[in-house]
Write a protein that binds this ligand. Structure first.
Ligand code: GLU
Length: 623
């Protein structure tokens, strides 16, 4: 236990809520009592899910990270500076979701030029990567997902640090050193373990205990740090300090990159591990050659609004965009919630059929980004939807290269090939805005919660397992799969950091974690906000369902209790409770967002409950 890092601002309600969640998590009051409460005077920043005001805003899943971004804004930094600082803090307090061992996608609205730009900070495959990367040479069969995740094979070249330096160099005003300072302070002084951090550690105990530096750091007494204890990461503080002094060359072309490569090639297991961590072939040269290109966003016009998101290698922008284009052919009427939810599910189902068939790294495939986000293609695909029945899933993909999108209507199209994504609660999304009107929407990840489980020895951060986002074998027999592994290729993502403009000015920024459910979460929040009359706070809090071209739609418990469920079932829709993912209640996503209000104020919003609730803050709050 150590002294807290911030001036006292703790509100008793936070502790009560934390203990209540701890009870729910452990199922016993005894366990909750056993968890020591934060030391008196410990200065946790507030965990408010909504804040409205002026002068700039931040929302993330973590009060510490949000406070870090807010501090940067208060000291004159812009939205990009605040985003990088918030992300660096998330690398400390959310080390299982994000950090310099991972990658992500950054979307930026520049208030001076009124342009939206993006950075592709996705991990890339090693030079040695081949199509058979995840085929076990001993059996000729694909590795199990678990075996692949827990291996050096799953580690791609991390893109997060390059994303930060690209963003700061191109659009920021502060140095990397300044941007990392908040993270350094938290890592040095510690943060209070909340139920989410505790449960995510416990969930990973079996594999973390196999990797010596991971067990040493995250299982300090052989177990997850208890709720309410203070967790420090001096190794990460030192790593950030070194990067602050020496710059990103330490990682991309330097000693730290070499250590990342060594860790992937020689997984630092305990003696006689009971799990087989296969070695990878990531090299220091792979890391030295990495770039995080600035690239154009995807764009669709939805009912007069300009929706910008991420182009391939993410499928986020094309899939959310296609679904919106499909929906724009219908009247999504808040007065008929059954029909509105039916349209949302069906549009998502069709867009996922196309996503799975067509989207991968555009440097390796002819990805029809323009066509998938076109109004014409959306209209072609919309003809499959009936207001009185549900499409049999999996729906076949269309052909965006063919006239009419290759869609046969009425819906006599053959059914497609089933495809199951592995979903988790990993990854994290943050949004920032500044007093000049710049906006950032940034999703970052190390893929699974806890990534590859491999901590770089002595450096305090986990390596990603992003390469497992590739398809291990071709998905569609006889049809090219755009998402097979290859040297230097980036695996398809679902991350969908989004910025919506109205009359050319920021209106909404939103994003979420959740694997492929990221797409449906962002889509559902947009539909809730833009079509169903909810404000942003309600749109984020509302119960979620995720239809990804499967026979049944995954849904949260609260969604299954909606009064609309019988009506949806009467149309032929089927629902399944979403599988548990380490939190007390099965849940989908953990969104954050911003809305720019007509009076010039900004509303920052985070989850009120999912993942224990997020933290929103503004520079000058108004009541
Ligand atoms: N690796 C996933 C993607 O890029 C994100 C992981 C998650 O959110 O669970 O789509």
């Amino acid at each position: 236990m150590s002294a807290p890092r911030r001036t006292p601002r703790r509100r008793p309600v936070t502790v009560v809520a934390a203990l209540a969640t701890a009870v729910a998590l452990t199922g016993t009051l005894t366990a909750a009592r056993a968890a020591p409460a934060p030391a008196s005077g410990s200065g946790q920043p507030p965990r408010e899910p909504v804040a409205t005001g002026y002068g700039g805003a931040v929302a993330s899943v973590s009060p510490d990270a949000t406070q870090t971004g807010l501090d940067v804004l208060k000291h004159g930094g812009n939205a990009v500076d605040a985003a990088v600082a918030t992300a660096a803090a998330l690398g400390v307090v959310e080390p299982y979701s994000a950090g310099i061992g991972g990658g992500g996608f950054f979307v930026y609205y520049n208030a001076r030029t009124h342009k939206v730009s993006t950075i592709d900070g996705r991990e890339s495959g090693p030079a040695a990567m081949t199509t058979n990367w995840f085929i076990d040479p001993a059996t000729g069969k694909p590795l199990s997902f678990t075996d692949a995740v827990n291996s050096g094979l799953s580690v791609g070249v991390p893109g997060t640090l390059k994303t930060w330096t690209t963003a700061l160099d191109d659009w920021g005003t502060i140095s990397l050193k300044k941007a990392l300072q908040g993270g350094i302070d938290i890592a040095s002084n510690g943060f209070v373990v909340d139920p989410t951090f505790n449960s995510f550690t416990a969930m990973n105990q079996a594999r973390f205990s196999q990797i010596a530096p991971t067990a040493q750091l995250f299982l300090p007494n052989g177990a997850a740090p208890p709720v309410g204890s203070v967790f420090k990461n001096p190794d990460l503080a030192n790593t950030y300090k070194l990067l602050a002094e020496e710059g990103p060359g330490l990682f991309y072309g330097g000693e730290l990159g070499q250590e990342v490569a060594n860790t992937s090639q020689h997984p630092p297991t305990i003696p006689n591990p009971t799990m087989n961590f296969r070695p990878g072939q990531l090299t220091a040269a792979d890391i030295a050659g990495y770039t995080a290109p600035v690239q154009a966003p995807t764009h669709v016009d939805y009912k007069g609004l300009d929706v910008y998101s991420i182009a391939p290698p993410s499928s986020g922008g094309t899939t959310v965009g296609e679904a919106l284009n499909i929906l724009s052919n219908f009247d999504v009427d808040p007065g008929d919630q059954v029909q509105a939810l039916h349209l949302y599910d069906e549009a998502s189902k069709i867009a996922f059929a196309d996503r799975n068939r067509w989207v991968g790294d555009a440097n390796f495939n002819d990805v029809p980004t323009e066509q998938l986000t076109s109004k014409v293609y959306g209209k072609d695909r919309a003809c499959l939807i009936s207001p009185t029945s549900t499409l049999a899933a999996p729906v076949a993909p269309g052909n965006p290269f063919a006239p009419g999108g290759g869609t046969q209507c009425p819906s006599t199209a053959p059914t497609g090939t089933s495809y199951a994504d592995t979903e988790g609660l990993s990854t994290t999304h943050l949004v920032t805005a500044d007093k000049w009107g710049d906006v950032v929407s940034y999703t970052l990840t190390i893929e699974q919660t806890g990534g590859s489980a491999m901590t770089v020895p002595g450096r305090g951060f986990l390596l990603n397992n992003e390469m497992t986002d590739f398809d291990f074998t071709p998905l569609f027999p006889g049809v090219p799969d755009p998402n097979l592994p290859a040297a230097f290729k980036r695996p398809r993502s679902a991350m969908s950091p989004t910025i919506v403009l109205k009359d050319g000015r920021p209106f909404i920024a939103v994003g979420s974690p959740g694997g492929a459910t990221i797409i449906t979460t962002v889509l559902q929040i947009l539909v809730n906000r833009l079509d169903l009359g909810m404000n942003l706070e309600q749109a984020i809090a509302a119960p979620r369902a995720s239809q990804r071209n499967a026979a049944s739609t995954f849904a949260e418990p609260a969604f299954l209790n909606l009064p609309e469920i019988p009506g949806l079932e009467a149309l032929g829709e089927k629902f399944t409770l979403v599988p548990p993912s380490g939190t007390p209640t099965p849940e989908i996503g953990a969104a954050t967002g911003l809305e720019f209000l007509p009076n010039g104020a900004v509303e920052a919003a985070a989850e009120p409950a999912r993942r224990g609730g997020g933290a929103a803050a503004v520079v000058h709050p108004v009541r």
